[in-house]
Design a protein around this ligand. Structure first.
Ligand SMILES: NC(=O)c1ccc[n+]([C@@H]2O[C@H](COP(=O)([O-])OP(=O)(O)OC[C@H]3O[C@@H](n4cnc5c(N)ncnc54)[C@H](OP(=O)(O)O)[C@@H]3O)[C@@H](O)[C@H]2O)c1
Length: 302
């Protein structure tokens, strides 16, 4: 079943977190027949409705009444500060659980399809083969636990019309991310130490955004995993970024997670099996190395 474009013209889709790394890409990549209506706390070039705090269910209701009807909602707004969440669990819960539930409730009342983005951090990383959607989550951090509870709240509150899309290791043209940080540190310090015992799949928002639009267009429901193909460690990713950016001469020493203690525990292995999404769309996201190369060609790191 596909979302039908109404006689009124383009189908309007609410994009939350439109000032963020993923939400901004979704706003730029609305497919033909769809119009993205971006919201966020802050104003921004792609934010049509600034100042909408999703924790305020009444404000959300008013947005649906005044700017809807919406054929869908692509929910990217989140409390994403993984380490800070350990000391701000209430705020993380309000945004990742309560606001997600509020959005799902409003969607249910309006008959709106909801695609809510989640994370590999719902898993504990004890696996040795890629996680499927039927594997049991066991988050290690406040961030992971609140995202998992947000998933459950969305599925319960807007039953049958909700897709949860778990992704990982995101980077893209806007926002703070690992390739940008590594590039800046390499230039500043001239040598680096990067953890080599955490494995995942670096995923560009340029690959993920069209996949999320497809989940909405094709009315996917239930849980999907969505990551670029292949996997690597943070150390391998750092080396690949620097080689592709003319900084291949900078030494990158491999080290263990214990050398970089951080407030939130991370899964050691959180590679996602994205076969269910590939079956829905008829194609996979690109291999992480190819996706990184195309990203760096289009958006060279300065
Ligand atoms: N980045 C990754 O590597 C990664 C990996 C896996 C999953 N994800 C998931 O992907 C989604 C998008 O992540 P991202 O990296 O694009 O995050 P991001 O850049 O931090 O964007 C999230 C946006 O949500 C906004 N927000 C926070 N609290 C809000 C509230 N109460 N009401 C309205 N908006 C609020 C943030 O505003 P402020 O900046 O002003 O707080 C920010 O603009 C999230 O669901 C995240 O959990 C990300």
């Amino acid at each position: 079943m596909r979302v039908e474009v109404s006689d009124r013209g383009a189908a309007r889709v609410l994009v939350t977190g439109a000032a963020g790394m993923l939400g901004s890409e979704l706003c730029l990549r609305a497919p033909d027949g769809f119009e993205a209506v971006g919201t966020d706390l802050a104003a921004g070039a792609l934010v049509a409705l600034p100042g909408l705090d999703l924790c305020d269910e009444g404000a959300l209701e008013r947005v649906f009444a005044e700017h809807g009807p919406f054929e869908g909602a692509l929910h990217c707004a989140a409390y994403t500060a993984v380490d800070k969440a350990e000391s701000e669990p209430e705020l993380a819960r309000r945004v990742n659980v309560d606001a997600t539930r509020a959005l799902a409730r409003v969607c249910a009342r309006q008959g709106t399809w909801l695609v809510a983005v989640s994370t590999d951090f719902v898993f504990d990383g004890a696996a040795h083969t890629p996680y499927t959607e039927s594997d049991t989550p066991a988050p290690l951090s406040v961030y992971g636990a609140t995202k998992l509870d947000g998933e459950r709240a969305a599925l319960e509150s807007n039953p049958g019309r909700t897709a949860i899309v778990r992704t990982q290791w995101l980077y893209g043209p806007r926002g703070k991310h690992f390739p940008r940080t590594i590039h800046a540190l390499a230039r500043e310090k001239g040598r680096l130490k990067v953890v080599s015992d955490q494995f995942g799949s670096p995923t560009t928002t340029l690959e993920l955004a069209p996949a999320l639009w497809d989940v909405l267009r094709l009315r996917g429901s239930g849980v999907f995993h969505a990551a670029c193909e292949g996997a690597c460690s943070w150390h391998e990713l750092a080396v690949a970024v620097l080689r592709a950016s003319g900084l291949g001469h900078v030494p990158v020493e491999a080290c263990g997670t214990q050398e970089f203690p951080r407030p939130a525990r991370r899964p050691a292995y959180s590679v996602l099996d994205s076969a269910r999404l590939a079956a829905l769309r008829g194609r996979r996201l690109a291999d992480w190395r190819e996706a990184l190369a195309s990203y760096l060609r289009a958006e060279p790191l300065a």
